[in-house]
Design a protein around this ligand. Structure first.
Ligand code: ZN
Length: 138
């Protein structure tokens, strides 16, 4: 249930920086962040009441594509490519699905399963879509 602590962190820093009259938030969630969106939205409503925001806050939530960059050759690829890579290298569809779910559950396991599609290096970094960001506050 880390959704609640994430939401608490976001909303208390919003209150600290923007006050308690905020009416709109745009939040981006990286594909690789394991979040139950329903729980997240529910937590936003409950925590905003708890923190004493004056208005009902309207939320837009967008999912940010996860991108990787190879530290050896500089190639950039996306989570879609990882899915394709895993699906084509593992014949058993159920097993491929299990691998992809494992990565979602524990994003750090991505380093065990993913290689640079261009040069095969296991050294890469996640450059986008690995965290939660507030894009807009009104
Ligand atoms: Zn590479």
């Amino acid at each position: 249930m880390h959704e609640w602590s994430i939401v608490y962190g976001i909303l208390s820093s919003i209150k600290e920086n923007y006050g308690d009259s905020v009416t709109y938030l745009k939040i981006s969630i990286g594909e690789l962040v394991q979040i139950d969106l329903e729980v997240f939205k529910f937590a936003l409503e409950e925590v905003s009441k708890l923190l004493g925001f004056k208005n009902d806050i309207k939320y837009d939530i967008e999912i940010e594509e996860t991108k990787f960059r190879c530290t050896a050759c500089g190639y950039v690829w996306s989570w879609r490519d990882v899915e394709r890579q895993i699906e084509s290298s593992i014949q058993d569809r159920e097993l491929a699905k299990t691998f992809l779910e494992a990565i979602h559950l524990v994003p750090s396991t991505v380093y065990a399963y993913v290689r640079c599609p261009k040069c095969g290096s296991p050294d890469f970094e996640i450059i986008e879509g690995a965290d939660i960001k507030v894009l807009e506050v009104r």
